[in-house]
Design a protein around this ligand. Structure first.
Ligand code: GDD
Ligand code: MG
Length: 356
């Protein structure tokens, strides 16, 4: 695969992950102890690809600050920024001048997958395709790009987020492009690869192929998916060479202090300098660096932002607490509640609220 280059699209605003994405781009959010993108980049490198171009826009400078020239990952990383976001197709076209290979893999920057990337490229070459799409089957195809194929695997249609999907087979957000197809995308304007480029290629009769597999796959675009994906990484259910510790029921980073009787499990990540009080129960959660969980608190499938505090006896289920926010003692947040950064909820202040 040293004759293949990769493009990773990381320019989205991550709106479904607010407030976490107010201060950090989605692919830079800590996920099992490292920025999510580190997991994806290490998978790309493990497949034998050396040169990766990142298509950035929102909080563009944070990517280079985090990954530099890529040497730590044994990659050559190139950053190309859209001043105004150009969409997924526009973002791919915008990096064309920086590509040198004839075969280019393109990745959505928020997908956690265990796919054999070499096998996707093999399908592309065997079928002599113009574009090959990695496809997976999911429970809720309405939330994705629905991609029916014929018996040979040739793509028949591309239906982005359609109400009535004809199949549960969807676009997994990983493509192999013949270089010249990228050059044909119109330059300098907003283009959606899903709504414009793929339907256009199909209408022209281009060779668009699907590569279906059943490996681990999850889009980490929502808090629920991020927290479950992170727990899968910690427990080794989702494979990654970038995990900063051994696979296990929890990942505890440097300087964290856990009370001896605190129960911390289910793939929880405990960030640097986090403190967890006596009798607390933390299950399948993400505690970013400097977070505090008080005595007897319950934190389940929730994300606690940088330096945020969950005081004693509070209950947090399927919820997000923004950076430096404070959840007062005995507060109870459930069902997708989100606390904005820096907000302080007084003790007993909330029983349940989706947005506070
Ligand atoms: N450079 C750049 N510019 N990147 C962008 C832009 C842009 O204007 N807009 C979005 N992106 C990046 C995002 O950062 C993300 O990594 C990727 O493109 C996909 O955007 P999402 O916003 O996460 O899209 P989605 O999850 O709703 O749907 C996409 O992914 C699904 C699979 O996870 C589509 O490709 C679907 O067809 C697909 O099923
Ligand atoms: Mg996504």
């Amino acid at each position: 695969m040293d004759d293949v280059e990769a493009v990773v699209l990381v320019g989205g605003k991550g709106t479904r992950l607010r407030p976490l994405t107010l201060a950090a781009a989605k692919p830079m959010l800590p996920t099992a102890g490292v920025p999510f993108l580190a997991h994806l980049l290490s998978r790309i490198r493990a497949a034998g690809v050396r040169r990766v171009v990142l298509g950035t826009s929102y909080l563009a400078e944070t990517f280079e600050a985090g990954f530099g020239d890529g040497a730590a990952l044994d990659l050559e990383l190139i950053y190309v920024t859209e001043e105004q976001p150009l969409g997924t197709g526009g973002g791919i076209r915008n990096v064309a001048d920086h590509l040198t290979a004839e075969t280019v893999m393109v990745f959505n920057g928020d997908v956690l997958a265990g796919t054999d990337l070499t096998a996707v490229v093999d399908t592309h070459r065997r079928t002599d395709a113009d574009v090959t799409l990695h496809l997976v089957r999911v429970q809720n195809p309405r939330a994705f790009g629905c991609v029916p194929t014929d018996a040979e695997g040739r793509v028949q249609a591309f239906l982005e987020k359609t109400e009535d999907p004809p199949t549960d087979q969807i676009n997994a957000g990983c493509y192999v492009f013949r270089r010249k197809v990228i050059d044909q995308i119109p330059a300098g304007r907003v283009v959606s690869v899903e709504r414009d480029t793929f339907p256009g290629l199909l209408a022209e009769g281009a060779r668009v192929w699907g590569h279906v597999d059943a490996a681990y796959w999850r889009d980490l675009g929502t808090p629920g998916d991020l927290v479950h994906g992170s727990a899968d990484l910690v427990r080794g259910i989702a494979p990654s060479a970038a995990l900063p510790g051994p696979v296990g029921d929890r990942l505890v980073l440097e300087g964290a202090e856990l009370a001896p009787d605190a129960l911390v499990f289910g793939g929880t990540t405990v960030g640097r300098g986090v403190r967890i009080g006596p009798g607390a129960r933390v299950e399948g959660a993400m505690l970013f660096d400097g977070a505090v969980v008080g005595a007897g608190a319950l934190v389940r499938h929730s994300i606690v932002g940088f330096g945020a505090q969950v005081h004693e006896g509070a209950v947090l289920v399927d919820s997000v607490v923004g950076d430096r926010a404070v959840v007062g003692a005995q507060c109870e947040l459930r069902h997708g509640a989100r606390v904005w950064p820096g907000v302080t909820l007084p003790p007993h202040g909330v029983r349940f609220s989706p947005d506070v």
